[in-house]
Design a protein around this ligand. Structure first.
Ligand code: NAI
Length: 299
C-alpha cells in the first residue's frame, strides 16, 4: 500500500530551503496540493525574496505535482492559511518549519536577537496554527508537525533564544494535541538533524554530507498522514535514524505537606534522583495522581 495525500492540502512554512523544501517536494510527489511558504530572507532573518518559494513550486510542478507559492512571513500566519483556502479550498496539514538563527552567548544576547527568534519560531508557528485550527475543527480532521531542536531539548551553548522557543513549540504541540483529540486533529514534534544553510554555521563539511534533509521528510509525511495515530509525541530524526522521546520520572520522595525542613530534602536527595524504578508520566493527570499518593495525606 502506498500512502497518498491525494485531495489533501499541505502548508509547509520555510519551504524554500533545506528541510522545508525537502518536505514540500515529498508531499508534492505524494499527491498533495502544497502551499510552499517562504519569506526568502537570510539565515539571520534579514530581507526577503519571493523567488525562493517560486523555485520550489516550479520543482514540484515539473515533477507533475500541484503547488502554490506564498512569500509571507509566518508572523502573518492568517495570510498563509488564506492562501491555502483561496487556491485549494481547505487546509489539512500544517508543517511549522520556518526558522532563523541569531546565536550569541547568553550574556551578549540583545533584545533584538531574542525578539526576532521568538517571532519567527514561536509566534510564527502560533499564528499559522491558530489560523488553520478552526478550519480543521470544522472539517473534523487536521495534522500539525512542529519543528523543535536538540538545542531546545537539551540546551546548547549560544542558543538561549533559539532553545527557549524551540522547546516551547513542543509545549504548543502537546496542548494542540489535547485540544484537537476529539476533533480528529493530531499534533507532533520533530527534532531533526540535517545539513542545511542553518547547520552550515555549526557543522563541518564532512558531517554535513551524511545528513540529508530527505532523511527527515518521510517521518514528517507519516506523522501528517490520516493513518498515523500518534499525537502529542516528540521524535528525534536524522541521517536514517528516528526515535521517540518521552518523559521519565524517578519514584521521588514524599514529605509531610504540613511542613518539612531543608535537612529532610537533603536527606532524601538520593531518592529524588534515583531512576532505578522509573515511571513515564504522559499527562497532567498523572502529576496530580502522584501528589495524591503522598502517604502523609492519610495521617
Ligand atoms: P534553512 O535556513 O535551510 O531553512 C529555513 C527556511 O525558513 C528558509 O528558507 C527561510 O527563508 C525560511 N524563513 C525564515 N524566516 C521566515 C519567516 N519569517 N517566514 C517564512 N519563512 C521564513 O534551515 P533548515 O535547517 O532547513 O531548518 C528548518 C527548521 O528545522 C528550522 O525551524 C530549524 O530551526 C529546524 N532545525 C534544523 C536543524 C538542522 O539540523 N538543520 C536542527 C534542528 C532544528
Amino acid at each position: 500500500m502506498a500512502l497518498s495525500f491525494e485531495n489533501r492540502v499541505v502548508v509547509v512554512t520555510g519551504a524554500g530551503n533545506g528541510l522545508g523544501r525537502s518536505h514540500a517536494l515529498l508531499f508534492g510527489s505524494l499527491g498533495a496540493n502544497v502551499v510552499v511558504n517562504d519569506l526568502g530572507g537570510s539565515g539571520a532573518g534579514e530581507g526577503s525574496d519571493a523567488s525562493v518559494a517560486d523555485g520550489v513550486v516550479a520543482e514540484i510542478k515539473a515533477s507533475g505535482g500541484d503547488a502554490v507559492a506564498n512569500p509571507d512571513s509566518v508572523t502573518d500566519g492568517d495570510k498563509i492559511i488564506q492562501c491555502a483556502l483561496d487556491n485549494f479550498g481547505r487546509v489539512d496539514v500544517v508543517i511549522n518549519n520556518a526558522g532563523i538563527l541569531r546565536d550569541k552567548s547568553f550574556h551578549k544576547m540583545t533584545d533584538e536577537d531574542w525578539d526576532l527568534v521568538y517571532q519567527v519560531h514561536l509566534q510564527g508557528a502560533f499564528k499559522v496554527s491558530r489560523a488553520a485550527f478552526p478550519h480543521m475543527r470544522d472539517q473534523g480532521y487536521g495534522r500539525f508537525v512542529m519543528t523543535t531542536s536538540a538545542a531546545g531539548i537539551y540546551g546548547n551553548f549560544g542558543q538561549a533564544n533559539y532553545s527557549a522557543c524551540k522547546l516551547a513549540l513542543h509545549g504548543l504541540s502537546q496542548t494542540i494535541a489535547v485540544e484537537g483529540r476529539s476533533k480528529g486533529i493530531h499534533s507532533n514534534t520533530i527534532a531533526p538533524i540535517a545539513a542545511s544553510r542553518m547547520m552550515g554555521t555549526v557543522m563541518s563539511e564532512d558531517a554535513m554530507a551524511l545528513l540529508k534533509p530527505e532523511c527527515v521528510s518521510p517521518l514528517v509525511a507519516w506523522l501528517s498522514h490520516e493513518s498515523c495515530e500518534s499525537t502529542g509525541d516528540l521524535f528525534e530524526v536524522g541521517a536514517g535514524w528516528m526515535s521517540r522521546l518521552r518523559w521519565q520520572r524517578s519514584q521521588g520522595a514524599y514529605f509531610n505537606p504540613a511542613g518539612f525542613s531543608v535537612d529532610e530534602v537533603a536527606d532524601a536527595w538520593d531518592n529524588v534522583n534515583d531512576f532505578d524504578n522509573p515511571v513515564y508520566p504522559d499527562s497532567i493527570g498523572y502529576t496530580f495522581k502522584s501528589l495524591q499518593a503522598n502517604p502523609h495525606l492519610a495521617d
